[in-house]
Design a protein. Structure first.
Length: 149
């Protein structure tokens, strides 16, 4: 292997390391953007929930006034029983959905952690290979008196 071939290999290796750095930065930037996007969605959901609560309060007030004036206490009791049943049904459904989402979150975060660990391992392997190539280059230069810069 001549001096020019060694220089080309070292340059190619430098390019690959630069590409690895860029891809790692892109992955980090993507994770940051997804975090901001998720925060925005949560903020929107909070605002929507507040709006729904206010509307429900207004509906309750309206129907409460109407019921007091027009309906008997038995009708009001029946409505309350229906509301309780609806609430219990919604809570059961929400508990199931919550458990499914929690499992999905757990699985995806474990997968992300594994990917990160794999990329760190690959980066360390690349660093080791670069150092070994540099050491071999130095040994070559010492033995044969040529420099590849």
């Amino acid at each position: 292997m001549n001096k020019e071939e060694m220089k080309e290999k070292m340059d190619a290796l430098k390019e690959k390391m630069k590409d690895l750095g860029e891809k790692t930065k892109d992955g980090i930037d993507t994770a940051k953007i997804m975090g901001m996007y998720t925060k925005d969605k949560i903020d929107d959901a909070i605002e929507e929930t507040k709006s729904n609560v206010n509307a429900m309060k207004e509906n309750y007030r309206f129907f409460s006034e109407k019921a007091k004036g027009k309906a008997s206490s038995e009708l009001l009791k029946a409505q309350m029983n229906i509301d309780v049943a609806k609430k219990e049904l919604a809570e059961r459904k929400e508990a199931h959905d919550k458990a499914s989402l929690e499992k999905y979150i757990e699985d995806t975060t474990e997968y992300a952690s594994a990917c990160i660990e794999l990329s760190l391992l690959a980066a360390e392997e690349a660093k080791l290979a670069v150092l070994e190539a540099a050491a071999a280059q130095q040994e070559y230069d010492e033995k044969y008196g040529e420099e590849t810069e």
